[in-house]
Design a protein around this ligand. Sequence first.
Ligand code: NAD
Length: 261
Amino acid sequence: MAYEIDLAGKTAVITGSNSGIGLGIAWEFARAGADIVLNSYSDAEDDHALAQKIADETGVNARYIQADMSKGEQCRNLITQAGRCDILVNNAGIQHVAPIPEFPQDKWDAIIAINMSSAFHTTAAALPKMRQFGWGRVINVASAHGLTASPFKSAYVTAKHGVVGLTKVTALETAKEPITCNAICPGYVLTPLVESQIPDTAEKYGMTEEEAKEKVILERQPSKEFATVEQIGGTATFLCSDAASQITGTTISVDGGWTAL
Ligand code: NAD
């Protein structure tokens, strides 16, 4: 019998999901039948409209809950407000690039809080709910920078390595239950944020946009292709399938060969 991925009856909470990878994951989950909770720190009409669009186009229930992932209490409140939380995707993240001596302390604190500590708080609030319903999936969106480093990204690399550590501990604490925890480690993914850097990079290096993509942005990605948000969403959906029920505590790279180098 072929494994099917049917997430009907499950509720997925995806942090930082009003754009980019988080939104891509939300769409893939909704297409597989899961009810969706979108989140970010803003509370704009557009945020709620996005949830409505997912509901209208896929037929699932979808809503948007505002919560700032830099604040532990709001991370926990998000899970409380969500009601059920069968699938938790810790995806919210920010970046700042500077050498260590010049790295602003407020940026360090924000990156550690949003990219790493938020996953601890949401997981702590979500595990009792998963246990109550006897099934759960925790998926942490880490990065190739959770497995390797680059200069000038001290806070980001530290936070993403921390998330990989948290993934392993969560997996061990739930190993005897029908709950798994894994990290997805994307290389460069074509999100609006990355897309907007292409023209500037081309101008800075006096290259065409195509050259800037291949030679500068994708320098470390041997495939010379960006991953897509649909591919990250597909990987997350697979991790929710029965075929993946013995996959726990691991990292799955979606990085065009970056970490094989
Ligand atoms: P993005 O900027 O489109 O998405 C980040 C999301 O986090 C947004 O929805 C934003 O609103 C949200 N967010 C930021 N601060 C928040 C806060 N305080 N509270 C709640 N939400 C907050 O970028 P993205 O590329 O989609 O990144 C998503 C995740 O994927 C991040 O964790 C990032 O580190 C990781 N990642 C991205 C790439 C890439 O190439 N794009 C590669 C590896 C890992």
